[in-house]
Design a protein around this ligand. Structure first.
Ligand SMILES: *[C@@H]1O[C@H](CO)[C@@H](O)[C@H](O)[C@H]1NC(C)=O
Ligand SMILES: *[C@@H]1O[C@H](CO)[C@@H](O)[C@H](O)[C@H]1NC(C)=O
Ligand SMILES: *[C@@H]1O[C@H](CO)[C@@H](O)[C@H](O)[C@H]1NC(C)=O
Ligand SMILES: *[C@@H]1O[C@H](CO)[C@@H](O)[C@H](O)[C@H]1NC(C)=O
Ligand SMILES: *[C@@H]1O[C@H](CO)[C@@H](O)[C@H](O)[C@H]1NC(C)=O
Ligand SMILES: *[C@@H]1O[C@H](CO)[C@@H](O)[C@H](O)[C@H]1NC(C)=O
Ligand SMILES: *[C@@H]1O[C@H](CO)[C@@H](O)[C@H](O)[C@H]1NC(C)=O
Ligand SMILES: *[C@@H]1O[C@H](CO)[C@@H](O)[C@H](O)[C@H]1NC(C)=O
Ligand SMILES: *[C@@H]1O[C@H](CO)[C@@H](O)[C@H](O)[C@H]1NC(C)=O
Length: 301
């Protein structure tokens, strides 16, 4: 009978969090794109009072010609944003580096190489994302933009499909490795110097990508059916959800507090240094809830 006892406090917490019903957006600014809500410092449209200006990270637009509408950073049309939280996270959809064969054994014109270049305010979450490759003879690499600061990768092999296991991404059909902190640009590549000892039907395509590991589980059928299984697509090409950490770059809390006209944290909010790249985030003080970046956004509960 432990179960009902646990359920009550959980429900209560949800109520008390929903109670204030405050807007997370600046007054008069659009607050959602489809069902994605947009918390300030992010904002939609051209009006500069709707978003925080100093980088191009926070100005978004909603493209209604998609159903449901899709949210993007202004000036970008290939990296949809699927959620944003006030705790400093956002999820974006990003393309994999792909390498496919036709049934006659020649290569298709897919992109072996993909450069993921994010806006200044973002960093790839090094806690939630994993660099991942799928394939039966896949060597996949990643590096920073110059290749001078870090290079890493993984290799996946499978002698026979019967060795490959659902849920296991440790080198047989699928491999994964961590990414470092403070990375905003990633160069993903696959190498074709290994044998082309493939079976077209069991593994026509190899993929290398970054992915939110809370979302990703490997299935044996991903070797032949990955692009059909993944629900996310951009221009009909499979895309993967990637967790980003955002922050008010590039000052520390201590530096930011010295300039009251640009300091982002409002009344009843405190400053927390970013744990991924330079910068800071704001958080409502204990006993307050709401949006710490808005004037009087943190309200007592
Ligand atoms: C938005 O709707 C889609 C499908 O309609 C759903 O998968 C997704 O979880 C929703 N997102 C939010 C933030 O509610
Ligand atoms: C919105 O999406 C449509 C369809 O992909 C595209 O043709 C159009 O250019 C986009 N609008 C903007 C402002 O990027
Ligand atoms: C292999 O198949 C593709 C697609 O059908 C075709 O474009 C290509 O010319 C073929 N290559 C050879 C060597 O037959
Ligand atoms: C892997 O999972 C799929 C989907 O749940 C299932 O249909 C399949 O039988 C599983 N394969 C193995 C080898 O466990
Ligand atoms: C990306 O990495 C590949 C392989 O290391 C390299 O050949 C290529 O020049 C890199 N691209 C850029 C733009 O740095
Ligand atoms: C290719 O596969 C065949 C049959 O599965 C095997 O006999 C051969 O050794 C493999 N070659 C390489 C280079 O792995
Ligand atoms: C954002 O979307 C991704 C992909 O659907 C999901 O894994 C993640 O939990 C979502 N995050 C939040 C905070 O809703
Ligand atoms: C491929 O994926 C689609 C979509 O998830 C699914 O309906 C289909 O059954 C899959 N096919 C195989 C052979 O796993
Ligand atoms: C304080 O911030 C404002 C607004 O961003 C900026 O114009 C000004 O130069 C900053 N002052 C100092 C001393 O950095």
């Amino acid at each position: 009978m432990l179960w009902p006892l646990l359920l009550i406090p959980v429900l209560f917490l949800e109520w008390s969090m929903a109670a204030p019903l405050l807007s997370q957006t600046k007054p008069g600014c659009p607050d959602r794109c489809g069902n994605i809500s947009i918390p300030y410092p992010f904002g939609l449209g051209e009006d500069p009072s709707c978003f925080r200006e100093e980088t191009s990270t926070f100005q978004l637009y909603c493209n209604d010609s998609y159903n449901p509408p899709r949210l993007f950073n202004t000036g970008d049309a290939s990296t949809p944003i699927i959620n944003i939280t006030l705790q400093g996270q956002a999820t974006l959809l990003l393309w994999p580096a792909t390498y496919c064969f036709y049934s006659n054994g020649t290569l298709t014109d897919d992109s072996f190489n993909v450069i993921l270049k994010m806006r200044e305010g973002y960093r790839f979450s090094y806690t939630r994302n994993k660099f991942t490759a799928i394939g039966c003879d896949t060597s996949a690499f990643m590096s920073d933009a110059s290749g001078l600061n870090f290079q890493s990768g993984c290799y996946s092999f499978c002698k026979s499909i019967s060795n490959v296991l659902n849920g296991s991404c440790s080198g047989i059909g699928c491999c994964q490795t961590a990414i470092p902190k403070d990375v905003r640009i990633l160069n993903l590549t696959q190498d074709n110097r290994y044998s082309r000892n493939f079976s077209y039907t069991s593994n026509p395509c190899r993929y290398a990508f970054l992915v939110d590991n809370d979302w990703f589980t490997f299935y044996v059928s991903d070797l032949w059916n990955f692009s059909k299984r993944v629900e996310y697509k951009i221009n009909n090409i499979v895309a993967l959800p990637v967790a980003m950490d955002w922050a008010i770059r590039d000052l520390t809390c201590e530096e930011a507090k010295r300039n009251r006209s640009s300091y982002a944290c409002m009344q009843h909010a405190s400053c927390i240094d970013s744990s991924n790249g330079p910068g800071y985030l704001c958080r409502c003080d204990k006993g307050y809830e709401g949006n710490p970046y808005l004037d009087n956004g943190c309200q007592g509960v």
